[in-house]
Design a protein around this ligand. Structure first.
Ligand code: UD1
Ligand code: MG
Length: 463
């Protein structure tokens, strides 16, 4: 039985006031549509996304996610053309669903990101089902009318509903699991003779319900919040944050400020991780057991080993940090940084495409770009690897057990052999052999009493 997901995402999203299609707006770093796709259970063989407004942007995003291995199944798109309603969207996708050998269809909205995988699995497995929720304020939604046995009798859009029907608080969530043959037949007979002049998918679902029972299943209202405005986006983000943080707390993670800490949906946190206030973890961030992240740190697509101490206000991007490292405050690890175990990077140290082997230390004010630093080597304050000559990037290689004094520049390409010592204030323009001492020194000039003579001279000049 081939189950295919149909995801409606052709709407304009006018109220977002954005040049970005609304399904690409992020919730905790991941776009809404990616949340929906990642909620698909294993039995969904493929997904069809109905697009129109912002089509090329959505298709580019889908290709990127597929390339990064983020999608649970193959995804194709169908251009709806001018969107004429949810039923029209499904009609336009019919040929593609047939091509994929669809037998069951699970219909979701691309702008409803917090639907839980367990809920989608229920839609994928049950016979015929419409997802509903009970709302205090049901205004705007389609109302669900049930038969005595609880099965679906009708869905009446708010604009088409009588006063009596508008009092119903059970509303259509807009997600369904249905046999495709039955739905396809019903889609063929849709008309747009309603208050909005649209082809309603709900009319087709009700038509199916006339031929076979369609169950009405309830879900948590938060699962069905759609993103139509920036206010909705903020609300969704708050719900997602609370859900994710509560989940990690159950698994042994300490949050010093759970409402002020943003952990993305793809983070992996081990036991006894501690996150301080204002921490933000985006993309695929993995933190090992006992790792502590101080206030205001921002980590994106990083893996961090066990027992790492990240002091306040560090920024880590596409980097790997081994166990027992100590970073910051104010360290900046840029893409391609690899720290083996027990590395220390102190305040105002920036790294890019840099490998620091076990026990290496750079504690103050340095730039290490396109560089390798060997085991136990000590980088003094203010080292700069001069990796860019204005045209090309060049590499710096520092061996193990090297001592680099403060305020040095290494003009790449250059290498420093194992065990070498570089004197403070040196500018190194040639390779330093293992065990050598290298230093550059302009001769020091001392003139006894000259300071006072200089002051007098300046004074005389002013008068
Ligand atoms: C729909 C349901 C309503 C339900 C509500 C839940 C219908 C007729 N009504 O109403 O019963 O309570 O969702 O949120 O289905 N879309 C397209 N192409 C279109 C129109 C819409 O792809 O031509 C997409 C939108 O981008 C959106 C989704 O379908 O992702 C739902 O469309 P929307 O306009 O929000 O439907 P509602 O009128 O709110
Ligand atoms: Mg809507």
């Amino acid at each position: 039985m081939s189950t295919i997901a149909l995801i409606l995402a052709a709407g304009l999203g006018k109220r977002m006031q954005s040049s970005l299609p609304k399904v690409l707006h992020p919730i905790l770093g991941d776009p809404a549509l990616l949340w929906v796709l990642r909620a698909l259970p294993a039995e969904v063989a493929a997904a069809v996304v109905v697009v129109h407004h912002g089509r090329s942007q959505v298709e580019a995003a889908l290709a990127g996610w597929a390339g990064a291995g983020l999608l649970p199944c193959p995804v194709t798109t169908v251009d709806q053309g001018e969107p004429l309603g949810t039923g029209h969207a499904a009609q336009q996708a019919a040929a593609e669903l047939d091509r994929l050998g669809c037998e069951r269809v699970v219909i979701l909205c691309g702008d409803v990101p917090l639907i839980r995988p367990g809920t989608v699995a229920r839609l994928a497995r049950s016979g015929a089902v419409l997802l509903a929720m009970d709302l205090e304020d049901p205004a705007g939604y389609g109302r669900v009318v049930q038969r005595a046995d609880g099965t679906l009798e009708a869905v009446v859009e708010h604009k088409d509903a009588s006063e009596a029907v508008r009092r119903i608080r059970r509303v259509n969530g807009g997600a369904y699991g249905l046999p495709w043959a039955g739905l396809k037949r019903a889609l063929g007979g849709l008309s747009n003779g309603n208050a909005q002049g649209e082809y309603y998918l709900t009319d087709a679902v009700v038509e199916v319900a006339g031929r076979q029972p369609v169950a009405v299943e309830l879900c948590e209202p938060a699962e069905m919040i759609g993103m139509n405005s920036r206010a909705d986006q903020a609300l969704l983000q708050a719900h997602a944050r609370d859900r994710i943080n509560a989940g990690w707390m159950e698994r042994g993670v300490t949050f010093l400020d759970p409402t002020g800490t943003l952990v993305g949906p793809r983070a992996e946190l081990a036991q006894d991780v501690l996150l301080a206030s204002g921490v933000s973890l985006g993309g695929a961030v993995a933190l090992g057991p006992g790792t502590q992240v101080g206030p205001g740190c921002v980590l994106t697509d990083c893996s961090v080993g066990a027992g790492v101490l990240i002091r306040p206000y560090c920024v880590l991007d596409r980097s790997q940090v081994g166990p027992g490292c100590q970073l910051g405050p104010f360290a900046h690890l840029r893409e391609g940084t690899l720290l083996e175990s027990g590395v220390h990077l102190g305040n105002f140290v920036e790294t890019k495409k840099a490998t620091l082997r076990s026990g290496a230390k750079a504690n103050h004010l340095s730039y290490l770009g396109d560089a390798e630093v060997g085991e136990r080597s000590n980088i003094g304050a203010g080292l700069i690897t001069c990796n860019y000559d204005g045209f090309h990037k060049h590499r710096t290689s520092i061996g193990k057990d090297v001592f680099v004094g403060s305020d040095c520049q290494l003009i790449a390409p250059v290498s420093v052999g194992d065990g070498a010592i570089i004197g403070a204030g040196s500018t190194i323009t040639a390779d330093v052999p293992p065990g050598a001492l290298a230093l550059t020194r302009a001769p020091l000039v001392i003139k006894e009493g000259a300071a006072e003579r200089l002051r007098q001279k300046q004074k005389a000049r002013r008068h």
